[in-house]
Write a protein that binds this ligand. Structure first.
Ligand code: 0PR
Length: 352
């Protein structure tokens, strides 16, 4: 049977990408395995340990605790669940910047936690004064974003860690998208820079693994134990994941991608993506658009509604920020040629 390749030709909005060929192959080989049942599927369970160790290396954490989740949403839900379970209050709250992903709203809803959303500053990073003013004795968790969905910005993680510590709260870093570029960008974002307790870091985004491969990292085993439930009819005795049956394909493909690409391949990819983002930002600025400086490989630019719609009609997969800017995520499949062709279409449409 011939496989129809999924075309990423005009996809500029996705935070997922073409999986690395080795990741695709590994996913196929492990399609029929379930790491949720380690007694029956020991090979994929061993692979999950390997994946976790590498994710720990990337995220600055020795001997990490955690697991390969279905994605950033699950990792964020579970991180909030750990914090809620540990909180010594019956009315816990979570403080996060408005730039945090909507999965935290789902988490707060499911967990019955009061979500306190604070503004970002002029650089689209968590406003530290606002965070400080929002935490109190009931704060179970402070969330920092390392690579935000809309602008690719990194919150001041060490400062957030101090605020969380002073409030007796935990700190979760959402590096679901940013985690595979941040080791090369010079940002302070990981367990080694601050008192980070948990982290979301997704192989299926910048990590070039197949979907579903998210990552939840926790500083210590006792944090993950907060999630464990007894599993009477499995050979293993407890399970910390949110989903039961899980994809071994995601786990195996994450290992294949990381073995191949960490660190040199990811560094090289970061360099290409970042150069593309800076090039696109420069080109757009020269044309007179307001551009949000791409500190990571994600460009936002103020392009008018009608032009945006026309670009979509041309087949470009683009999305907008809440403020209405066009977003271009420079994922591994986004090449300079693709961006040049996008600009040609943009120029033609603007000429009318
Ligand atoms: N955290 C951050 C910072 C994210 O950007 C995202 C997803 C998540 C968590 C949630 O991850 P999962 O979707 O893996 O659960 N960010 C993108 C978004 O929601 C996801 C996405 C993917 C969007 C592909 C479009 C697309 O084509 O905008």
């Amino acid at each position: 049977m011939q496989r129809e390749p999924q075309s990423f030709d005009r996809v500029l909005s996705s935070m997922c990408s073409e999986p690395h060929p080795l990741a695709r192959e590994a996913a196929e080989r492990f399609l029929a395995t379930n790491p949720g049942d380690p007694g029956t599927y020991p090979t994929v369970t061993a692979l999950e340990e390997e994946a976790l160790a590498t994710l720990g290396e990337i995220g600055g954490l020795e001997n990490p605790s955690g697991y390969i989740a279905s994605g950033g949403t699950e990792a964020n839900v579970q991180a909030m669940r750990i914090a809620r379970n540990r909180a010594e209050t019956r009315t816990p709250n979570v403080v996060m910047p408005e730039s945090a992903h909507f999965s935290f709203q789902k988490a707060a809803g499911v967990l019955g936690v009061d979500l306190r959303i604070v503004p970002t500053d002029e650089r689209f990073r968590a406003d530290l004064e606002a965070v400080r003013a929002s935490v109190d004795a009931d704060t179970a968790l402070v969330v920092g974003v390392a690579g935000s969905t809309e602008y690719g910005r990194v919150d001041p993680i060490p400062a957030l860690g101090e605020i969380a510590r002073d409030a007796g709260a935990m700190l979760h870093v959402d590096a679901a998208w940013g985690g595979f570029v941040l080791p090369f960008s010079g940002d302070e974002w990981h367990f080694g820079h601050a008192a980070v307790d948990t982290m979301a870091i997704d192989p299926h985004k910048m990590g070039q693994a197949a979907v579903p491969a998210g990552g939840l990292l926790a500083r210590s085993d006792d944090l993950l134990d907060e999630l464990a439930v007894d599993t009477p009819y499995l050979e293993s005795t407890s399970q910390a994941t949110l989903t039961g049956t899980r994809s071994g394909a995601g786990v195996a493909s994450a290992v294949a991608a990381m073995n191949e690409l960490w660190p040199d391949g990811y560094r090289e990819q970061y360099r290409r993506s970042q150069e593309n983002a800076e090039w696109l930002a420069e080109e757009l600025e020269q044309r007179g658009y307001d551009v949000v400086d791409p500190t990571l490989p994600l460009v936002a630019a103020d392009i008018s509604g009608p032009t945006f719609e026309s670009l979509r009609e041309e087949g470009w997969r683009i999305s907008r920020t809440a403020r209405g800017e066009l977003r271009v995520v420079c994922m591994p499949h986004v090449t300079r040629e693709m961006l040049a062709s996008f600009l040609e279409d943009l120029d033609r449409l603007e000429r009318g």
